[in-house]
Design a protein around this ligand. Structure first.
Ligand code: SAT
Ligand code: MN
Length: 611
């Protein structure tokens, strides 16, 4: 479709301005559909950027530049008008200055390339909870990924109409081509110091430059669906959260929907696609990363998954850890930075088997001996640790039939969690909404070797798993959560809000061994949560919250009664330390915008613990 055929006057003008600034060789408005997707892939194959996989139907492997392999948090900006609105935990630059710098970079940045204008819907097209974005990009890889991760095309423009609201998103890889120059197999991107992932919350705009990878470039995901959406949600009275959504069915066929927020590397995608070991229970997936929730007329919160695909971490995924993800990525999938086997299949660390043949090509394009097992020495990885698969959600065998319901699904429980080797029990229900907000605000996870080496073993707090994804001041974000509870109270609908739980699959014993087997066995905890939402008599009140009554969570094989008891009891001394750390090191980070209600919770728990 041509730009002059756009019916939305503001949109047409915005695109014209971008064309004048970025001077692409040609411009194309994306219409969506399989043939457009195939054409984008074809362009990348011809440019030497993608390899067709012989072993996976309609699937391709890309290798990015070694400098462009993950989100770049230190180049990510929340450029609100006022610095204090971005808060102390976001990078801030004056929006006018940032636009000046980036306009300089965008000038001529698409020379030699095609500009694609991607109309996309976050959420089912036309849903009341959905939002529209328009991404301008010079990367056919981005177009193909957006086709999988969002709903793209003319159907979105039809909903937008001639004056609808959309979030304008600029993206350029920042590598213009000289006359006759071609990518020639080299992933285009700009040097690190020229990369910018910028958000303008006041004007609801996203400007991204210099990176072609993941959340830096697929702007519907973290940029729109979390950073900008969190601001919209604050202003409009809903929630945009970094949460999975799952459907839980008990043996009597009753259904509840549960969301969960966990910092990275805590198994969010695995939980969303879990295969229960508990007989008669079923888990199905609505979403694995992001939930948008709006209060319905009945006072319940209704959630949609704004995405249409999974952008999952490949290493560690195998038929045992996540059979459903492996199936979802078995065809029509884009793989990035995985290894390539001799017989034309992908390979990664902990895929469950060695690589066939004599050699494999690693994510940097180097030929290496084929690994016999599925492990590689650290630093010698065949797949990059942040290698990804982009797979359509509808291919997931356990996708819930209502995953695209435009009304969303009514949520019964929120789970917060992290990797906590000590202190934090297996599951703990908040005493009240505000106590649950308190739990969310102190969420943290042990730093694993995969992240930052000098912090290994320490707890890094990541409130609501939103620290890198909140588009405004975290103190105000906590206040927004508190206000959702206050409003429900005022409407006499507090009992309709989800119950809040804190879970921990990662407790370790004195020898450093995991005490809880995790994975499918987590269904035992989900079953307890399910019954708790029905008010079943399965808990005991303690100073830290409601813990499982002995015997109400069946121990999995190999877990003794003594271990179950330890997992479900209060470690008073540990909690005193936990709370002291929150008071001294965590809450002060948010300064004077830290809501008083949360300090009151801190006082109350100290009192209950006898501090
Ligand atoms: O690169 S993404 O932001 O899409 C994925 C992630 O880092 O969680
Ligand atoms: Mn995520």
């Amino acid at each position: 479709m041509k730009v002059q055929d756009l019916k939305h006057a503001g949109l047409k003008k915005w695109v014209d301005e971008a064309v004048a600034l970025m001077t692409p060789d040609s411009v194309e408005v994306c219409e969506g559909g399989q043939s457009e997707y195939d054409r984008m892939i074809d362009i990348t194959v011809k440019a030497g950027l993608a390899t067709k996989l012989a072993k996976k139907p309609n699937s391709y492997l890309f290798r990015s530049d070694p400098s462009d392999v993950a989100r770049v948090e230190n180049r990510t900006y929340i450029a609100s008008k006022s610095e204090s609105d971005a808060g102390p935990t976001n990078n801030w630059v004056d929006p006018a200055k940032l636009k000046e710098t980036m306009t300089g970079l965008y000038k001529g940045s698409m020379k030699g390339r095609t500009m694609y204008v991607i109309p996309f819907s976050m959420g089912p097209v036309g849903s009341d909870i959905a939002k529209i974005g328009i991404e301008i990009t010079d990367s056919p890889y981005v177009v193909a990924n957006m086709h999988i991760m969002t709903r793209v095309g003319t159907k979105v423009l039809d909903v937008l109409g001639s004056n609808g609201f959309y979030v304008p998103c600029y993206h350029s890889v920042g590598k213009p081509l000289a006359a006759g120059e071609k990518d020639n197999g080299k992933w285009p991107c700009a040097p690190m110091d020229d990369k910018y992932i910028s958000h303008f919350p006041d004007t609801r705009e996203i400007w991204s430059y210099g990176s072609g990878y993941g959340g830096n470039a697929l702007l519907g995901k973290k940029c729109l669906a979390l950073r900008i959406a969190s601001v919209l949600a604050r202003d409009e009275g809903w929630l945009a959260e970094h949460m999975l959504i799952l459907k839980l069915t008990n043996p009597s066929g009753e259904v509840k929907y549960v969301t969960g927020a966990f910092p990275s590397a805590c198994g969010k995608t695995n939980l969303a696609m879990l295969i229960p070991t508990l007989p008669g229970w079923k888990v199905e997936t609505v979403g694995d990363d992001i939930a948008w929730m709006k209060p319905g007329a009945d006072g319940r919160l209704y959630a949609i998954n704004p995405e249409a695909g999974f952008f999952g971490v490949a290493p560690g995924t195998n038929n045992d850890s996540n059979f459903n993800a492996m199936e979802a990525a078995a065809k029509n999938t884009i793989f990035t930075n995985c290894g390539l086997t001799e017989d034309g299949d992908i390979w990664w660390e902990q895929i469950g088997h060695g690589a066939p043949g004599k050699t494999v090509i690693d994510w940097k394009g180097q030929t290496k001996p084929a690994p016999q097992t599925d492990k590689s020495p650290k630093g010698e990885e065949i797949a990059h640790p942040n290698a990804r698969f982009t797979a359509p959600a509808k291919q997931c065998p356990c996708i819930a039939k209502e995953w695209e319901d435009p009304k969303g699904v009514p949520i019964s429980a929120f789970l917060f969690g992290g990797r906590r080797p000590s202190t934090i029990p297996l599951v703990n229900q908040a005493k009240s909404w505000i106590h649950g907000v308190f739990m969310g605000s102190i969420t943290g996870s042990e730093v694993t070797a995969a992240v930052i080496s000098d912090q290994v073993g320490q707890v890094r707090r990541d409130p609501f798993a939103m620290l890198p994804f909140c588009g405004y001041h975290m103190g105000d974000y906590f206040k927004h959560w508190i206000n959702i509870g206050k409003k429900a109270d005022a409407d006499g609908k507090a009992d309709k809000l989800p119950k809040i739980f804190f879970v921990n699959w990662f407790r370790k014993d004195a020898e450093g061994k995991f005490m809880w087997p995790g994975y499918g066995e987590n269904s035992r905890v989900l079953a307890w949560v399910f019954d708790r939402c029905d008010g079943k008599d399965n808990c005991v009140e303690t100073p830290i919250g409601n813990l499982p009554k002995p015997g109400t969570i069946d121990a999995p094989k190999g877990v003794s009664d003594a271990v179950m008891k330890e997992l479900c009891s209060v470690d008073i001394e540990g909690w005193k330390k936990e709370i002291a750390d929150v008071r001294k090191n965590h809450y002060p980070k948010f300064g004077d915008r830290m809501p008083k209600e949360l300090y009151d919770e801190l006082d109350a728990i100290e009192k209950r613990l006898g501090v």
